[in-house]
Design a protein around this ligand. Structure first.
Ligand code: GMT
Length: 381
């Protein structure tokens, strides 16, 4: 198939999923065209099955707010037409699905009927989609898509509960390349970070407020105050990084924390982690937690959103009430006090990643979904 994929090309879950999906589809023989305002950050090398089409955003003195949605629409029209695409897959409803629906209308005038699949990742529904200034266009764009997928049962239910979405929603979870994200031998790296045999807590995110990165620092401080020999790695960057740094200084633990900023390859960092902390206030799936699990790391996460579909309470990690620093600290202590439990949960995490979420399990679900959407569009013409 010739597949057009549009996503936010930046550091963030939906961009990672879209990019890894495109790469995996290309390696299975499909021709994948990425259409975005810059090269997706995880794309790496282009090969004969991967093309990139940059959306240029016009500036003109009249345009105080450049109309990116329209530039994207035009690029979608051209790419579908000249590259003879079979399907468009839009990641994130706003504005990608909207542009695709408009592009489909323009192409129809030339007798081209392009099927559109929209994947909902989360904040397009849980935050942006709830904003009344966006809601009508979000709902319209989703309802007009030929196929809609969501990354968890939780997100599917959230979307349907709004009452305005009439589409059937297929749940296809996030996935992971378990050959890349696996426990790696990194003893020297661990020794450098934890020179006295300390245990290592890790948090990876884009430091948006929803990630509650400051709470990671609070948990770390609570553990240190109770005499636990631990270190903390904070990976990623974003609006709350300064607040996390400030909290670390205020609590006197700054010297025990490394703020690494945006890092690739994350799997090397996760391989030296003992516990992964995810105190998020909202998480439709929690891709960063899956990356940790695939590297054999138990996860202590908020009991919210799609996280209970990923983290099996008491088996691959622990789920805590949102914002309950005491509970997060207690669960981390349970793991730190009990090396056998930590090992068992790390192995269970890895096993779950391999058996439920491996790329080879999930990508065929997208392929067959594309086929079914194409078939239903073709039969309706
Ligand atoms: O989490 C973020 O801030 C990024 C966001 C995105 O849209 O790029 O991630 C969302 O999509 C990921 C991939 O499907 C999910 O794994 C994340 O849980 C989800 N984030 C939230 O719901 C906050």
């Amino acid at each position: 198939m010739k597949i057009g994929i549009t996503c936010y090309p930046v550091y963030g879950g939906s961009g990672v999923v879209a990019t890894e999906l495109g790469k995996a589809l290309a390696s299975r023989g499909h021709c994948v065209h990425f259409i975005a305002y810059s090269m997706p950050f995880r794309l790496g090398h282009i090969n004969e099955n991967i093309r990139f089409h940059e959306v240029n955003v016009n500036t003109y003195p009249l345009f105080e707010y450049p109309p990116y949605t329209l530039n994207l629409t035009s690029k979608l029209v051209d790419t579908v037409k000249y590259e003879e695409l079979d399907i468009l897959h839009m990641h994130y409803a706003i504005p990608h699905a909207t542009s695709a629906v408009l592009a489909r209308q323009i192409l129809a005038l030339e007798g081209i009927r392009i099927p559109i699949v929209t994947t909902l990742h989360g904040t397009d529904i849980t935050i942006v989609g709830q904003d009344p200034s966006f809601a009508p266009v979000v709902n319209y764009s989703i309802n007009q898509s030929d196929g809609v997928t969501a990354v968890s049962e939780y997100l599917k239910e959230e979307t349907l509960q709004s009452g305005d979405i009439k589409s059937h929603i297929e749940v296809i979870p996030n996935f992971i390349d378990t050959n890349r994200f696996k426990p790696l031998e990194k003893a020297h790296f661990k020794q450098a970070i934890c020179p006295n045999g300390e245990k290592l807590l890790v948090h990876v995110s884009n430091f948006r407020p929803v990630k509650r990165a400051v709470e990671v620092v609070n948990v770390f401080h609570a553990l240190r105050s109770d005499g636990y020999a631990v270190k903390l790695l904070l990976v990623g960057d974003g609006p709350d990084r300064v607040a996390a740094e400030h909290k670390a200084r205020e609590l006197g633990v700054y010297e025990e924390i490394r703020f690494l900023g945006k890092q690739e390859p994350v799997e090397e960092i996760l391989s030296i982690a003992d516990i992964f902390l995810m105190p998020s206030g909202s998480e439709t799936f929690g891709l960063a937690a899956l990356e940790a699990m695939s590297c054999g790391v138990p996860v202590v996460a908020s009991d919210i959103g799609g996280l209970p579909e990923l983290v099996v309470e008491g088996e691959t990690g622990f789920l805590c009430d949102l914002g309950d620093i005491g509970a997060f600290t207690a669960r981390a202590k349970e793991l730190l006090d009990n090396p056998d439990l930590m090992k068992r949960m790390g192995k269970a995490s890895r096993d779950r990643a391999v058996s439920e979420f491996d790329t080879d399990i999930i990508i065929p679900k997208y392929e067959s979904y594309y086929e079914s959407v194409r078939a239903s569009v073709a039969s309706a013409v």
